[in-house]
Design a protein around this ligand. Sequence first.
Ligand code: ADP
Ligand code: MG
Length: 745
Amino acid sequence: MTTLDAKLDRVLGAKSGKALETALGLVTVGDLLRHYPRRYAERGELTAIAGLEIDEHATVLAKVERVTKRTMKSRRGTIVEARITDGHRSLTCTFFNQAWRERELVVGRRGMFAGKVTSYRQQLQLAHPEYQLFDDEATDIGSAAEEFASALIPVYPSAQGLPSWSIARCVGQVLDVWDGTDDQLPPEMRDRLGLADLESALRKIHRPHSFADVAAAQDRLKWDEALSVQLVLAQLRGSNQSHPAPVCPRRDDGVLAAFDQRMPFELTKGQREIGEQIAEDLTVEHPMNRLVQGEVGSGKTVVALRAMLQVVDAGRQAAMLAPTEVLAAQHARSLRELLGDLAMAGELGGAEEATRVTLLTGSLGAAQRKKALLEAASGEAGIVVGTHALIQDRVSFADLGLVVVDEQHRFGVEQRDALRARGGEETSPHVLVMTATPIPRTVAMTVYGDLETSALRELPQGRSPISTSVVPVAEKPTWLERAWTRIHEEVAAGHQVYVVCPRIGDDEETAGKGKKKTRKTAVDDSDGGGEEPPPEDGEERRPPLAVLDVAEQLGAGPLAGLRIGILHGRLAADDKDAVMRAFADGEVDVLVATTVVEVGVNVPNATVMVIMDADRFGVSQLHQLRGRVGRGSAPGLCLLVTEAVGGTTTRERLDAVASTTDGFELARLDLELRREGDVLGAAQSGRKSGLKMLSLLRDEDVIAAARDEAAHIVDQDPALRNHPGLARMVAEVVDADRAEYLEKT
Ligand code: ADP
Ligand code: MG
């Protein structure tokens, strides 16, 4: 019997089994059959070389254009260089000490070439590629080898040592002996939705005769993924409803009412509406689970504070978790500021309704820490502010009613479960997650499907616009000089500036992209021979700019005379806090920092943000970063400094960030660009993930339909007792690491 559970080494032999496991993590027949082709090449098609990205592992269909053999001056080695072409651009394949390649790689022959794309002296390369040549031009690709018998050649996500065609051969062998599988979907659903059965979908995805076959198979396989994820989420929502929660009724004579009376500004419409939703959620006896997405500066803190005050009014406590100590300290400070004497319970001058805001971070001294823990445990602290890690595991509360999680859109289901299970309290606290990372609808439905989501789309009145420009130093070096001049002007006008770099510097960091790679011995052999062969990995990318270096250079050069501060994660918490405070108080003109300033930091007087090596940051990170400026009355300016040249995907990403300040639009663009970037087979990991086929960008309607279907099924049959096939599908998803759905975006 060859079922989906059968081990690959039994079916394919130990050697192939081992190779698939090591390179791609595939162990069973099911694993291999779920390793879907990334795309399909048509007979006679050549891969567009212009579309390749440096560093990706690519499979290229191309034609041999020219072959040369050279002897290295060291006399001991030879280099065979084969230029392959798609008819427009060419790519060099280099082989060291493999002279026989010259006989095999005959000019005019076509084949598939697989390897890592590198660049050397402006020329794209595949170093030591693996290849399979097709027989001859007349028979072309189609009949070249058995696995290419169909008009469509599957191109698999591959890995070094395991090229696409080897995977195709293994898949073929498996399909020949596979017994097929039972369908997990109820036949009624399959018919109603016009979906293919599972076995034929799996066969067609690997051996399609036409693109119609591919489409039919994809429809089915996508549906399975969408439905199983949505079933899991529907079950989570259901079980959440069954927990008791601390009921926090509204009162109009408590600290919330007192705060509302003295609030320094009018709430925006969005703040009012979301506030209303939350206030209502808190009065119900099952826990709120709400995600508030709001542009940077949209005023989420006040929304959270008002929710916390309602909880305090009910005689319970609220905890606010921030991702870093700097942020936690700043939150505690701004909550106290907003509350004034309403935060001074037990102190001289405290208001009658007052509560207490307690800060709890790892860097507190022993005595302070003990005091803070006591305030949490006794219930004296109405609001406890701390970092995620700290509060999650170690603090006990008298009566925790609400947890606010700030700026942590990755706060996953497990973490929320852990919070709930904590301390074995009978009730589960309400949870409010806040993020400035706009989340496209499909992602929200898929990743946060067990949360209610609300969006704060407008900014408070009087917020100033931010304009963003790309500073392409490779093409326009003078623009950077102008940028520094502009900074002098801003400072002269009384404003402040951030300069953000990707790295701290003064290296003890080990990882990082600029790390040296070890070279192959074949290359080392020729050292000192006078003729330098290309390094195996092509040109090394220079390491990203570092805070410490940049601060020094700016201070000695373009920004001499300005007061420059430094902020990064390796500083002691006290120092970080001191620097932030000095910046907030206007004692520092230019803050050179890592992304510590990414979230939540609020210095309204800062008007310019310069991001060095901007291409090393993600789109949403850049968006968050620039949200640090334009928070006061003066307009904000963000400069994205990069060496990336026009026309590359990298530059496109930066141009996208410069083109709009609508975070939701950007999130969509980002999703799109990242997808396009890996069309041909970027980094292949063998990790299993629940989502292989479903695209969060393009399959919105599938996801929405699956969500409705799942809600309906779980409503009637919460444990899926009457749906054993679906229960199995769900079990498979639950096994996969949930975090990976996120990475998928
Ligand atoms: P974020 O959503 O990025 O966390 P904050 O909550 O830090 O934003 O708010 C940014 C600034 O806007 C704060 O100084 C806050 O006091 C102010 N703010 C919040 N709501 C309003 C409002 N309705 N009108 C004017 N200013 C507001
Ligand atoms: Mg905030």
